[in-house]
Design a protein around this ligand. Structure first.
Ligand SMILES: Nc1ncnc2c1ncn2[C@@H]1O[C@H](COP(=O)(O)OP(=O)(O)OP(=O)(O)O)[C@@H](O)[C@H]1O
Ligand SMILES: [Mg+2]
Length: 593
């Protein structure tokens, strides 16, 4: 789960980039910083006033003066409450705003990453980046930075006033401080370690669950529930243990701080009482000091924790910036933005491998050429590289060597988005999103009106089936369209492709067989889809293949045969002919047409 992170030397740059995120809200941040200072002063003013009240008024019996000071204290308290409310609200507010901006940026970036990135990155990682890691950054702002600053300021102020009031008593109180610092450090380290473990286990749990839930059918059909539950139990136990370890750290640390603070109080009372007797310490001081002590230890208890949060936030930030810096965005140096393409497609000695090494090349010197408006059928056994060819034409991946040309221009001379606008792809396993059928067809493109969708659906022959769905075009497609049949999903994908009226249509026919009735509907749809435009069809149906102008037989990444259906059929001992005879003749599909 944890990828290589930059060395610590880049911490400064992480902080710099975090600060850049704050820039739009710097007014509010300044406000909170000022409030932090004011609150620190207000907090120490109260015990100080208490001391004054005791020494200057109560002891001398000045009731009126005492009431006046009590009134000041009450007013200060009120002011503090109001200011603290503003302070708390706005430190969190800044955190939320930054998280909102950042989350948007991360997702926009993820949207533009090329497919090779998704091949090597688990889905869970991308979702963790956009959700929980960004959330962790929130704590940097909400619980980290400014609040830590506020706590430190308050600490400094308390210590300052304590020394000002009575430096001897202060020294006695601070006698146990080194012990406290050492304890805090041990605690911080222990919590950090267990927190890292917790995060690793959470990530493991997330990706485990995600995968099992997506693959639930496979689990249930093979009765693998027990094994999976067993595996989950193990992951769950490790997660709980990691959590318990951090709880243990808290359980030890908080009482220890309490003991140290009690020790400090005890020392103070012992020494202070002696001081009062020898008239070195005033009674007011003796009243004020316990308040000082509680103001000293409370923030210290929180500080160690907050430093951890800050550190975790920084690690999360580092991961996010790492993702934002990821250069796996499809390079787009091309400038050609034609309104329409004629649709001439040429592959010229194209080599490609998914891994980048030609040792496992998937396409090995593939060449072919089709003219505008022609249909090319690609056939070949599974894994021969058919889908890969369309992955390259749509620039999902970049070729290793050779050339791909459209209308005589190299693929990379085109602006990626302009190019894709003129192409449509229907994938082997059409993907539907949650939303209405209409939204799935237009992909929320506001330029496509419902009338055009209906027209396209009628052309394809999908209109009737869509109307039969409850709600028709507004039928709510649930999670990935699981409630629709494969054939239905395909028809919707066809309408989607037609509505975009592409100049080059790419169709990866589903391998799964469907019932004869749907088959004929889909056949009709395909014929309408590929009419009058350049089409590349990875074909499994003989009817599609026979209607094609050219057939390309692919074998282990190489073009074995290329020609018209009749030419290839006439080839004595040809691969297509063999395929034709073996695959299509015996089961009588040919006769059926
Ligand atoms: N994203 C990927 N990363 C790495 N290797 C891949 C990837 N996609 C496909 N391959 C490999 O490339 C080869 C060709 O795959 P491709 O999907 O092009 O086959 P295909 O001809 O479309 O097969 P099918 O008829 O089963 O759809 C296979 O050996 C496959 O393992
Ligand atoms: Mg395929």
């Amino acid at each position: 789960m944890r990828e290589n992170l930059h060395p610590a030397s880049t911490k400064a740059s992480v902080v710099r980039r975090l600060l850049a995120l704050v820039r739009p809200y710097r007014g509010i941040v300044w406000l909170t910083a000022v409030l932090a200072v004011v609150l620190a002063v207000l907090a120490i003013a109260r015990p100080k006033l208490l001391q004054v009240m005791v020494d200057d008024y109560i002891i001398v019996g000045d009731i009126a003066g005492m009431s006046r000071v009590a009134l000041y204290i009450a007013a200060l308290l009120l002011l503090e409450v109001v200011l603290r409310y503003i302070f708390l609200y706005y430190t969190d507010w800044v955190g939320q705003m930054i998280v909102r901006d950042l989350r948007h940026r991360v997702f926009s970036h993820v949207l533009r990453l090329n497919l090779a990135y998704f091949d090597r990155t688990p889905v869970g990682q991308s979702t963790t980046r956009t959700i929980s890691d960004v959330e962790a950054i929130n704590t940097v702002f909400a619980e980290g930075s400014i609040t830590i600053l506020a706590d430190l300021l308050a600490l400094a102020a308390v210590i300052g006033v304590m020394f000002y009031t009575s430096w001897k008593l202060s020294l006695v109180v601070l006698l146990v401080f080194p012990l406290l610092l050492w304890g805090s450090y041990r605690f911080k380290e222990s919590v950090r370690k267990s927190y890292e473990k917790v995060r690793t286990h959470i990530a493991a749990m997330n990706s485990f669950l995600q995968e099992r839930i997506s693959g639930m059918r496979t689990i249930q059909i093979f009765n693998a529930e027990e094994q999976e539950a067993q595996k989950f139990r193990k992951i769950n136990r490790a997660y709980t243990e990691a959590n318990l370890r951090s709880i243990l750290a808290y359980a030890i640390f908080f009482p220890v701080v309490d003991i140290i603070s009690a020790l400090s109080l005890g020392l103070m009372v012992w020494y202070g009482a002696r001081g009062v007797l020898s008239e070195e310490v005033t009674i007011g001081t003796l009243v004020a000091f316990p308040l000082f002590i509680s103001m000293l230890y409370r923030p210290i208890r929180m500080l160690a924790d907050k430093f951890n949060t800050l550190q975790m936030g920084l690690i999360a930030a580092e991961r996010i910036f790492h993702l934002l810096e990821n250069k796996s965005v499809a390079a787009n140096p091309g400038t050609l933005r034609p309104e329409r393409l004629r649709g001439e497609v040429e592959f010229d000695n194209v080599w490609f491998s998914y891994t980048g090494s030609l040792e496992d090349a998937v396409l090995k010197g593939v060449s072919f050429r089709i003219e505008p408006g022609e249909t090319l059928a690609i056939v070949g056994s599974t894994g021969s590289g058919k889908t890969t060819i369309i992955n390259l034409l749509t620039r999902f991946y970049e070729i290793h060597s050779g050339n791909i040309r459209i209308d005589g221009q190299e693929l990379y001379e085109y602006d990626l988005y302009a190019l894709r606008r003129r192409m449509a792809v229907v994938l082997q396993d059409p993907f539907l999103f949650s939303g209405t059928v209409l939204e799935n067809i237009t992909l929320r493109d506001a330029n496509i009106c419902e009338r055009r969708v209906i027209e396209a659906a009628k052309t394809i022959g999908a209109h009737d089936f869509i109307l039969r769905l409850p709600g028709g075009y507004h039928y709510a497609v649930r999670e990935r369209g699981q409630a629709l049949s494969m054939g239905q999903r395909q028809l919707i994908a066809f309408v989607r492709a037609l509505v975009f009226d592409p100049d080059i249509l790419i169709l990866d026919e589903a391998t799964s067989s469907i019932d004869p009735e749907t088959e004929s509907v889909i056949q009709y749809a395909i014929e309408r889809l590929i009419a009058r435009r350049t089409s590349i069809v990875i074909a499994h149906r003989l009817s599609t293949i026979r209607h094609a102008r050219h057939i390309l037989v692919l074998e282990r990444g190489e073009v074995r045969e290329f020609g018209s259906p009749d030419e290839l059929l006439a080839l004595e001992g040809g691969r297509y002919r063999e395929l034709y005879e073996k695959q299509f003749l015996p089961n009588g599909i040919l006769e059926a047409r």
